[in-house]
Design a protein around this ligand. Structure first.
Ligand SMILES: Cc1cc2nc3c(=O)[nH]c(=O)nc-3n(C[C@H](O)[C@H](O)[C@H](O)COP(=O)(O)OP(=O)(O)OC[C@H]3O[C@@H](n4cnc5c(N)ncnc54)[C@H](O)[C@@H]3O)c2cc1C
Length: 467
């Protein structure tokens, strides 16, 4: 049973003497900002926040929580939909002051501290024409994203974030700091690549870097009335797309983009977002049939610095809104699937809701399933039903729409789910994120590294699930 009573002052003072970073208690200036996360649906109040500056701070925080029998949560970028970065009444270990990024352009590697956001890594690595494959919103945390897998615009060419991970520095539940890599603690290294924050706190990641310069990229916006034919064309197009190209279909109300006529702003549209990693002429040639298809309402296409392109969805994904989403991996984009999507998308419960269908495959699918703890590598795509709104009074209608839509899509699902897209109410789906063999191995790793389930504010793999 974890402690509910307040932590005594003497213990707190002792902890502060051992920290380079600072501590925040409820009522302290900065406490509310530190406990706030991307999804404002989740409002929890820790008894104590430790803002770590060093790996030693993390070790001290872990030891303190163990001594005091406190629930622990770990905040990387705070972007997770389930809000596991924050706990109620326990100790939140906040890594947001651990954001150093060190690029080694000779070795083509980058060392990234556990509190970094994706944009920080892009800014540093792009100075050398290099990049780590990661997600499509630059304010997402490297840690949570990587520990669940991490896919984005260049993953079809260069793999998931975990496929580029070389080494991790990990603080375990017993307060030790160990290295995980293919050579050191290889089983732990396997588990960190897809198994989430179950085995310890990663204070530093070392990634292999890939060559990425400017990217041929952009948005093509079609009217919603073309959705059916467009999705059919898209399905056939992506079936033969090279690994350099990644396309996402997004159905939503049109944001006020300057290249769209004003009359289109706020209208229901289908946005095709794409990124080609390679030279402009090759990208333009590959995308020519797509650009020639139908009668787009507008497009904005050209060469963009990769770090800028990585920020192109930031404006639609700011923190502070209420969010709820549900997600399926898909076998294919069948006609029956399209016919199920269209009526739900035509009936979005709030103006900022969206349906996202990212293209996967390519290099992601060529890594053997048992190489890492990430499952579902063969799925060519997934669908994320993202509802987003402002007022608590609208919770019910948004959540109901997503749940009903999700149920309707079940016949098209592989049954799997991306562990980083599992919401708060869906924790029973953690099992669905893994194959049976991977699950068994993950549970036995949990038994070895965290038998007391000290790290359970995550997509939790319980040691008791061992059989
Ligand atoms: C707007 C938006 C866009 C997204 N786009 C993509 C995308 O393109 N591709 C993709 O793959 N995913 C995407 N995601 C999902 C994203 O990968 C997850 O939300 C991920 O968990 C975010 O990591 P974080 O560090 O920001 O989150 P946090 O909420 O801080 O942490 C998430 C989980 O990881 C644990 N954790 C955090 N840091 C550490 C650490 N250092 N050591 C151990 N455990 C830790 C936390 O305790 C928590 O359980 C997106 C999410 C959002 C909200």
């Amino acid at each position: 049973m974890k402690k509910e009573a307040p932590i005594d002052n003497t213990s707190l003072q002792y902890l502060q003497t051992r920290l380079r970073g600072n501590m925040l208690l409820p009522g302290d200036s900065g406490f509310d900002a530190a406990r706030s996360i991307w999804n404002s649906m989740i409002l929890r109040e820790p008894a104590l926040i430790v803002r770590c500056k060093t790996t030693h701070d993390v070790i001290n925080a872990v030891n303190f929580a163990q001594d005091q029998n406190l629930v622990v949560s770990v905040k990387g970028g705070g972007h997770n939909i389930a809000g596991n970065a924050v706990c109620n009444g326990g100790l939140m270990i906040d890594l947001s002051e651990m954001q150093a990024v060190e690029v080694d352009p000779e070795k083509k590697t980058v060392r990234v501290e556990g509190g970094c956001l994706l944009g920080m890594v892009d800014e540093a690595t792009q100075q050398h024409g290099l990049a780590v494959p990661a997600g499509v919103v630059s304010t997402t945390g490297v840690a949570g994203l990587t520990l669940g897998g991490g896919f984005g615009w260049i993953s079809r060419k260069y793999g998931l974030s975990i496929d580029n991970l070389l080494e991790a520095e990990v603080v375990t539940a017993d307060g030790n700091c160990i290295t995980a890599s293919k050579k050191e603690n290889p089983n732990l290294f396997w588990g960190l690549r897809g198994g989430g924050g179950n085995f310890g706190i990663v204070t530093r990641f070392t990634f292999r870097l890939q060559p990425v310069g400017q990217v041929y990229s952009g948005l093509i916006v079609h009217p919603f009335s073309a959705a059916r034919e467009l999705l059919q064309f898209h399905r056939d197009f992506i079936a033969q797309a090279p690994d350099e190209l990644t396309l996402w279909v997004i159905i939503r109300h049109a944001p006020p983009l300057p290249f769209l006529p004003e009359a289109v702003h706020g209208q229901l549209v289908v946005v095709v977002a794409f990124c080609y990693v390679g030279d402009e002429a090759a990208g333009a040639q590959v995308m020519a049939p797509y650009r020639a298809w139908g009668s787009p309402l507008g497009e904005h296409v050209g060469m963009n610095p990769f770090a800028d392109w990585q920020k192109s969805f930031d404006g639609l994904s700011t923190s502070g809104a209420r969010n709820y989403w549900k997600s399926h991996y898909l076998h294919e984009i069948s006609d029956a699937f399209i016919d199920t999507v269209i009526p739900y998308a035509a009936d979005f419960p709030s103006p900022d809701c969206e349906v996202l269908i990212p293209q996967l495959g390519g290099a992601i699918s060529r890594v053997p399933e048992d190489e890492t703890a990430f499952t579902n590598r063969q799925a060519p795509t997934l669908i994320n039903l993202h509802t987003r709104w402002e007022k608590a009074a609208d919770d019910e209608k948004n959540i109901r729409w997503a749940r009903e839509f999700f149920e309707a899509l079940k016949p098209f699902s592989t049954g799997g789910v991306y562990v980083n897209f599992i919401g708060e109410e869906d924790e029973t789906r953690v099992h669905d994120a893994y194959s049976a063999a991977t699950w068994k191995k993950l549970v036995s790793l949990k038994v070895k590294y965290d038998p007391q389930n000290f790290f359970h504010m995550n997509q939790n793999i319980r040691p008791s699930q061992y059989h």
